[in-house]
Design a protein around this ligand. Structure first.
Ligand code: IVH
Length: 734
């Protein structure tokens, strides 16, 4: 055996081992080795792949971290159309479904499989000779998007089927979903980062699969469950139950619960049992699916244009209950939005006691004609907060009272306002305690200024006592004031105490020298998260610099003007061309700082669409507009003035040069003077991005000795190939 053979053998062995451990961990929940040992194995494999790229396999588990971002998804035809299911809403309709089948197949006996209907995103995986070669979304049923790179990042989906004799083709269909608990955690994180939370796990899952950057997808808690076959070659199944057990043995997850049942009556009696188990499933269940078990009957039963006749979905009625609306209260959020809330007579719904339900906004109340004292129908669908569905008008007595949104903020009494184009009614008072409280909590939080001991009740009480009317007021507090500050009530006083006072004052002192990114985030600018603040801080020297930022201004204008000039194209082509030049100049400036990438598509070159954010670097137009608006608002101007008066002048942390300006690099082969991780660090330090695989988005391939397939690919795509010394020369230019 040659050395190369030995290495290859070791690599194959590691791949198989790692996938086996993946399966033990993600599917069987019975890990055999520690996370540390697992990481060591993966690192070892990655090191071997880095040193011998020509020996790397297309099914290596190292692919699961994601690859270079795509420009868009390729549209691919399904080998067999992906049909949908027809729905039934009651047990009688299921009996009709059964009768129809009996009419079509009078001389056959058959059974059913009852399984959960998973509320996710439909997917079709294609395994050729056991290797995952393609993953397509349903799309329009005939063609779908190629999301293979994203699907490979899902740990529980095998890159290679775990069977001894893989079939030539196995197309398997299933549902990608976001794990319920992972979804909850993701939303908490998004809110902390100032991002809009996802409405439900299905949206979060669909949004994740649409990401062009598979590295981001790798971080999302996605999973898959498989329940049907598409094209098959070299394998066949007598029954649906056989298919499911084959899939399971091959390493593909199947539903945690399903029943093979004789007769539709038994199916009907099991529907409630299935429903009762839904809470224990890691996915949201949006019904049940009933399938004929004998696959050889499928052809005879056939299908309509939309759905097969051998399967049907059963939708459970959402749980509803009637109760009395006792009162409508109004809550004030962080940005001052007033939300009406229904206070209800307690009622049992899906196993929980419901006392409140959202009424969204005044328009909604008017549309549904909700009045205080009404008997209303409340509904709880899945994980969503209960909502008032409708009023039971038949039960009105005439004593019910229409509701008016208050003219004044229920917390501070300021006159409320409605901004142009918004349904929301707001409290405009920046000092409103309701707004101030959430603002202050954000200001002192760990990712902002990390003022230890100043969160929670301390925030509330400082506002209540009038000691703090804006976050910057914290810097006026003295340790004497805090030491004797009463966190209790007049009757039952509870002092903050010297120890806590010292802690708070100490953290405030430290906060004064926190870097620009922390301060920018702490200001509580709508839409600006931690990462966005970090990005902006890297390109600016001070908060004043941000307030006057030409970069942010370019981003906003690029979007606004690209929209505004569209009509000019026909009306005044000369003026249009001029405007386009101006836009292009702006766009190129953004490309130069490394945040945006110019799309290669010539058809779009004269519009804004050609500039897209690179890999989440930099900020988008909505965030940029929000930052500028805040900095120039009463709140922002005051904050900057206060900071100046306390000598707080946050700066960006040690800035590395940005010569490489968001350029993307791939490293391959053995470099003469440094290790690959060293080279990688160097590139990132100078503003570059390092990816693991070559695509047409790659700007440079840094190639050393024994560069293999990546070099070939780079050459075929016309990617610049540079040596270590050329990289050093680029950096030295700074
Ligand atoms: S069978 C040809 N089984 O629901 C029929 N579908 O509303 C193939 N779905 O398109 C589908 N759980 O995306 C089947 N256990 C299950 C399912 C399921 C969820 C989805 C699937 C289908 C949609 C129809």
């Amino acid at each position: 055996m040659t050395d190369a053979d030995k290495i290859k053998e070791e690599m194959r062995w590691l791949e198989a081992e790692i996938e086996r451990h993946n399966r033990l961990y993600y599917q069987d929940a019975m890990p055999e080795i520690s996370d540390y040992e697992y990481d060591q194995q993966l690192k070892k494999l990655e090191a071997l792949e880095a040193a011998h790229p020509e020996l790397a396999s297309g099914t290596s588990p190292s692919l699961r971290v994601g690859g270079a971002p795509l420009d868009g998804f390729e549209s691919v035809a399904h080998a067999q159309p992906m049909k949908s299911l027809s729905n039934t809403y009651n047990k009688g309709e299921l009996v009709e479904f059964d009768e129809r089948i009996r009419r079509l197949l009078p001389d056959h006996s058959f059974s059913y499989v009852l399984e959960p209907k998973i509320d996710g995103v439909a997917i079709s995986l294609r395994y050729e000779n056991g290797v995952l070669v393609q993953a397509l979304t349903r799309g329009d049923g005939v063609t779908g998007d190629n999301v293979t790179a994203n699907i490979r990042t899902i740990q529980s989906i095998p890159l290679r089927l775990q069977v001894t004799e893989p079939p030539a083709v196995l197309e398997v269909r299933g549902e990608i979903y976001m794990d319920k608990s992972g979804f909850a955690a993701l939303n908490v994180q998004r809110q902390e980062d100032g991002l809009e939370p996802f409405a439900n796990p299905r949206n979060a899952c669909a949004g994740s699969l649409k990401q062009l950057d598979s590295k981001l997808v790798a971080k999302r808690p996605l999973d898959g469950i498989f329940y049907a076959a598409g094209e098959l070659d070299g394998v066949s199944f007598d029954t649906h139950a056989d298919l499911l057990s084959y899939l399971k043995d091959a390493g593909l997850k199947t539903a945690p619960k399903y029943w093979r049942v004789d007769g539709i009556e038994l199916v009907n009696s099991l529907l409630d049992d299935l429903y009762a188990q839904r809470e224990s499933f890691p996915f949201e269940m949006d019904g049940a699916v009933i399938k004929v078990n004998e696959r050889h009957l499928y052809e005879q039963l056939g299908s309509t244009a939309k759905s097969p006749r051998w399967a049907v979905a059963y939708k459970y009625a959402p749980e509803q209950a009637q109760t009395r609306l006792l009162e409508i209260t109004v809550q004030v959020g962080r940005t001052g939005v007033l939300t009406p809330v229904a206070e209800l007579e307690a009622v049992q719904l899906s196993g929980t006691t419901v006392r409140r339900a959202t009424l969204h906004n005044a328009e909604e109340i008017e549309r549904k004609d909700v009045r205080v004292g009404d008997i209303v129908v409340v509904e709880k669908a899945g994980e969503i907060i209960p909502a008032v569905v409708r009023v039971v008008t038949e039960k009105r007595t005439g004593d019910e009272l229409p509701f008016q949104m208050p003219q004044a903020c229920p917390v501070c009494g300021s006159e409320v306002e409605r901004r142009d184009g918004e349904v929301a009614i707001r409290c405009p008072n920046l000092q409103c305690p309701a707004q101030l409280k959430t603002w202050l909590e954000h200001f002192v939080s760990r990712d902002a200024l990390d003022i230890e001991g100043a969160g929670g009740i301390v925030c509330d009480k400082l506002i209540e006592a009038g000691l703090v009317t804006s976050p910057m007021d914290l810097f006026t507090l003295t340790s004497e004031q805090l030491d004797t500050f009463n966190l209790g009530s007049a009757d039952a006083p509870r002092m903050l105490g010297a120890k806590n006072a010292v802690k708070i004052i100490g953290s405030l002192q430290k906060a004064k020298t926190k870097p620009l990114a922390n301060w920018l985030f702490a200001m509580g600018i709508p839409k600006l998260g931690k990462v966005g603040a970090q990005n902006i801080a890297e390109k600016h020297d001070s908060l004043n610099d941000v307030a006057l930022s030409a970069i942010l201004d370019d981003i906003v204008k690029l979007n606004e003007r690209a929209e505004a000039i569209k009509p000019l194209k026909k009306e005044d082509p000369v003026a249009y061309e001029k405007e386009c030049d101006a836009l292009e100049e702006m766009g190129d400036r953004l490309v130069a700082i490394g945040w945006y990438k110019k799309s290669a598509s010539r058809s779009q070159t004269r519009t804004m669409a050609k500039y897209t954010l690179i890999n989440q670097q930099g900020v988008g137009s909505k965030t940029a507009a929000s930052v500028l608006e805040f900095m120039n608002s009463e709140r922002g101007v005051k904050m900057l003035a206060q900071m100046a008066s306390y000598d707080i002048t946050p700066r960006t942390e040690q800035k590395s040069s940005a010569v490489l300006n968001g350029k993307s690099f791939v490293i391959t082969g053995t470099l003469p003077g440094m290790g690959r991780s060293e080279a990688s660090k160097l590139i990132v330090q100078h503003g570059g991005i390092v990816s693991s695989s070559v695509s047409k988005n790659t700007d440079y391939l840094l190639a050393g000795e024994k560069a293999g397939s990546k070099l070939k690919k780079a050459e075929s795509l016309g990617v610049n190939v540079i040596s270590e010394s050329e990289l050093m020369a680029m950096i030295a230019e700074s």
